[in-house]
Design a binder for this molecule. Structure first.
Ligand SMILES: [Mg+2]
Length: 250
């Protein structure tokens, strides 16, 4: 995956240096408190494209008789076809007729934001090892996500557990939106202001430039790291100090 931020990515050596320094600093305390590392999930620790592919394959089955051409195209979907935006993804398979687009979007919506489909997500390269090494070195980990508590929190715990991320342990927490309709960026900004009650923020990782900026503004001494996977349209420029990587491989 590439984006307009791809030219800003650290070199492989630069990324390794950053991540290893954060692992080392995970052992340091500040004012007697362990440092906190904050991870977004979708597009940051987890690649959710397989979730979209699974839904498109299911949609292909659903449309087998009513829209056979669209169904045949959707059956061929793989991770490489998936980008940001369900309408754009559907259009990539020739689904451009408004009624079909609307039906496809509704089918996706009812499944994508749902516990049952989170098992399809897979870790971004190196993410499990990096989070584990930070945790074992002494950092507290917070998974701070725009997923909502009512429909996605249980599936998220199961997904983190099954992928092998530290969860359910002292010093780990999952923070989700109380309701679906809170805008993600507002939720991250407001929650960012509360993080100091847990501990000094060492680093934040997010795939949305707006969130990297907001969290850096809340915690100017932290490392704010953009995962250059995919992001919402019309992102802001990154603040000076936000660094860009695309994997967690050390
Ligand atoms: Mg995300």
């Amino acid at each position: 995956m590439t984006s307009r931020f791809t030219p800003l990515r650290l070199s492989t050596d630069g990324r390794r240096e950053l991540l290893n320094a954060l692992i080392a600093r995970s052992a340091e305390t500040l004012g007697g408190l362990p440092p906190l590392i904050v991870f977004d999930l979708d597009g940051t620790l987890l690649d959710n494209r397989p979730r979209v592919v699974a839904i498109l394959h299911e949609l292909a089955g659903h449309w087998r008789e009513t829209a056979p051409a669209a169904a045949a195209a959707l059956k061929t979907a793989t991770n490489e076809h998936i980008g940001y935006g369900i309408l754009e993804n559907l259009a990539r398979f020739g689904v451009t007729e408004p009624a079909l687009q609307q039906a496809g979007q509704q089918f996706w919506f009812e499944r994508f934001f749902n516990d049952d489909y989170l098992r399809h997500d897979v870790p971004i390269a190196g993410a499990v090892a990096f989070a584990t090494r930070c945790y074992e070195a002494g950092a507290n980990l917070m998974y701070l996500t725009g997923r909502d508590t009512p429909k996605m929190s249980l599936g998220t715990v199961a997904s983190l557990r099954d992928c092998g991320f530290p969860i359910g342990l002292v010093g780990t927490s999952l923070v989700t939106k109380p309701t679906f309709d809170i805008p993600d960026d507002r939720f991250k900004r407001e929650t960012g202001a509360l993080l100091a009650r847990v501990g000094p923020v060492l680093a934040v990782f997010d795939n949305e430039p707006a969130n990297c900026n907001a969290l850096l503004e809340c915690h100017p001494s932290c490392s704010s790291v953009l995962l250059d996977t995919h992001h919402a349209p019309k992102p802001p420029e990154l603040l000076a100090g936000v660094v860009v990587i695309d994997t967690f491989e050390t």
